[in-house]
Write a protein that binds this ligand. Structure first.
Ligand SMILES: NC(=O)c1ccc[n+]([C@@H]2O[C@H](COP(=O)([O-])OP(=O)(O)OC[C@H]3O[C@@H](n4cnc5c(N)ncnc54)[C@H](OP(=O)(O)O)[C@@H]3O)[C@@H](O)[C@H]2O)c1
Length: 261
């Protein structure tokens, strides 16, 4: 399939590992030049070396997406790497787990900054150039929580809905300019984060890490978690020229997890 991604310039946020890195890899594979952004410089350097070792073009920007006031500068630094950004993948670490009364006002605000404002602010500083060039892609990695609340994830259940409302509104605003805006409702995916979660559960339960992963996977109709590449390939498709008529959509990639028509 001709994706039209050859030479396109992408910025992938939260790309030092997990879903973000898988997206960076998928876009590189299709010929895009990719800037990886996250806080951990050593991890980013290693990831970029790996991508370059495959013969692909990649670079990195170090920054903290939770520091809302610094996002414009991060956008500028990313833009300078290849002279512009055509594709933006918004992604970051997830908000902490817990229920309604377990969070302070400060934790709600911090989570809102990381999960909502990072995407909103980064997009604000890059989307006008995309519209001016008449082509662009904004893809937000969200979660199944935007379709079906997950018990114990009240921050994700709440704040990610704001991302979807914002993205839909933005997609309408830019629908006539060649810029599409879409979301992925990501299902359970076997990343480092999930492995860490399973390890911490195993320490408490006395089960093995593998048993904890299997018990999480048992809730999924496909009875397994996604491989990060299975999410990334949908992101690469949404970024491609083949997805030119898809905008304002939230696409579930969840092994059948979300129950609904
Ligand atoms: N894995 C799943 O099953 C799943 C399912 C649904 C939704 N999600 C959501 O999808 C997102 C990615 O998931 P994942 O499993 O890939 O998570 P992950 O393994 O924890 O990776 C998160 C990435 O975001 C970066 N990051 C975290 N905080 C940041 C900050 N303040 N500024 C800049 N970069 C930051 C991390 O790099 P640094 O540490 O280098 O900054 C890392 O590269 C999360 O929001 C998660 O909640 C995941």
């Amino acid at each position: 399939m001709e994706t039209g991604l050859e030479g396109k310039r992408a910025l992938v946020c939260g790309a030092s590992r997990g879903l973000g890195f898988a997206c960076a890899k998928a876009l590189c594979r299709e010929g895009a030049r990719v800037v990886l952004l996250s806080r951990n410089e050593e991890a980013l350097r290693e990831r970029v070396e790996y991508l370059k070792g495959q013969g692909w073009e990649a670079s990195y920007v170090v920054g903290d997406l939770a520091r809302t006031e610094g996002i414009q500068q991060l956008a500028e630094r990313a833009r300078l790497k290849y002279g512009g950004v055509d594709i933006l993948v918004n992604n970051a670490g997830g908000p902490p787990a817990g229920d309604n009364l377990s969070f302070t006002y400060q934790q709600w605000e911090d989570s809102f900054r990381l999960t909502f404002l990072s995407a909103e602010e980064m997009t604000k500083h890059l989307i006008l150039d995309m519209a001016e060039r008449g082509w662009g892609r904004v893809i937000n990695l969200t979660s199944i929580t935007v379709r079906q609340p997950v018990t114990g994830l009240i921050l994700s259940n709440s704040i990610r809905m704001a991302v979807v409302g914002w993205a839909k509104t933005l997609s309408l605003e830019f629908a006539g300019s060649g810029v599409t805006v879409n979301n992925i409702a990501t299902g359970y995916t076997l990343t480092e984060r999930i492995e860490e979660l399973a390890t911490s559960r195993a320490e408490k339960s006395g089960k093995t890490v593998q048993e904890e992963i299997e018990s999480m996977a048992a809730q999924i109709p496909m009875k397994r978690m996604a491989d990060p590449d299975e999410i990334a390939s949908v992101v690469a498709f949404l970024a491609s020229s083949k997805a030119s008529y898809i905008t304002g959509s939230t696409i579930a990639v969840d092994g059948g997890y979300i129950i609904g028509m």
